[in-house]
Design a protein. Structure first.
Length: 331
């Protein structure tokens, strides 16, 4: 009887340990992080300066009344803006080192930044009018890369898209990965749409006074021309800027603002200053890589369908609204 009892105890102990191992292997959040049944980031995009104010601080405002820097800018090597940013330096380390996690991914039709010789006024792409449309409406086309080749079928043979909406082979897109120290990092709610909800998810981290937004919020930007060629497949575009091989080898960092076509050189964003890290070079990538990214977006806890298509590109910001703190990051 004693031997039988001991054997039973051993079996119970082993089963318990195995069950515990299975649970740890399947976990998607780090130890000490809380997972939530309800989206804690929903509706966190701020309108007012703080919880007690009703000042609509974050509403777009005439640029001449906004004293802080804007994006996107010229990022050609050697360029810098003229707006004085004394005391506001961009994050030049990896965002993860600075305590920021990615909270969204979205992209713009053409580019919002300018890199002479890479993506600029001389860039090329499909000429069909419908290719300049996003999912349901006309959107502004930004600059394009110089990689398009109309005589090569890899640039002209359309891909059978399953997950992304309104996308086209041969076109240039600028992909943005917003990061935040206030994101719901390492939980199923880390990725949010709109991205503002993810950026401002947790209270008490981002502050206007004292100003720390450029230290707590950052965006990665990388520019691609889509090609119908599986040799250019990359499965993890959802996770952030590519830094393998030649990708992300020449980056400029500066402080700016959020972008989008509701802003231009007359109406400016009040979501500023934030850090930008922008790859100066254009890259080819397969259409299937983008479609895989959209598939990953659909798998998130929050509904990211708003970002499954290209958004319009803000016009290039003039130099006197651009930060004077452009810095090179060589990886």
């Amino acid at each position: 009887m004693l031997l039988l009892g001991l054997f039973a105890l051993i079996l119970a102990f082993t089963a318990g340990n195995l069950a515990g191992c299975d649970k740890d292997d399947d976990a998607e959040i780090e130890e000490g992080e809380e997972d939530h049944d309800e989206n804690p980031c929903h509706g966190k995009k701020p309108i007012h300066a703080d919880a007690t104010a009703e000042d609509e601080y974050f509403k777009n405002l005439e640029c001449e009344k906004v004293a802080l820097e804007q994006a996107g800018s010229n990022v050609t090597k050697g360029y810098t803006g003229t707006l004085d940013t004394t005391g506001r330096e961009p994050v030049i380390t990896n965002y993860s080192v600075a305590g920021l996690c990615p909270v969204n991914v979205h992209w713009h039709l053409g580019t919002e930044h300018l890199s002479v010789g890479e993506y600029d006024e001389s860039g090329a792409g499909p000429d069909d009018a419908h290719r300049r449309l996003a999912a349901t409406a006309n959107v502004r086309l930004g600059y394009r890369c110089h990689l398009y080749n109309a005589s090569n079928t890899k640039f002209t043979t359309e891909y059978q898209w399953e997950h992304c909406v309104g996308m086209h082979v041969g076109e240039t897109y600028e992909v943005h990965w917003p990061h935040s120290a206030a994101g719901d990092c390492n939980t199923k709610w880390q990725y949010q749409s709109p991205f503002y909800d993810g950026v401002f998810c947790n209270d008490g981290i981002i502050s206007l006074d004292p100003l720390n937004t450029y230290q707590k919020i950052g965006v990665q930007a990388q520019i691609f021309t889509i090609i119908n060629d599986e040799d250019y497949y990359y499965p993890d575009l959802f996770k952030g800027m590519r830094t393998d091989a030649e990708f992300g080898a020449d980056i400029t960092a500066y402080t700016g603002s959020t972008t989008g076509t509701s802003r231009d050189n007359e109406m400016c964003s009040r979501y500023t200053p934030i850090t930008w890290q922008v790859d100066r070079n254009c890259h080819l990538i397969s259409a299937s890589s983008f479609d895989k990214m959209c598939k990953d977006m659909k798998a998130q806890a929050d509904d990211m369908s708003y970002d499954l298509h290209a958004h319009g590109s803000r016009e290039l910001v003039v130099s006197h609204y651009v930060a004077d703190n452009h810095a090179d990051i060589d990886r």
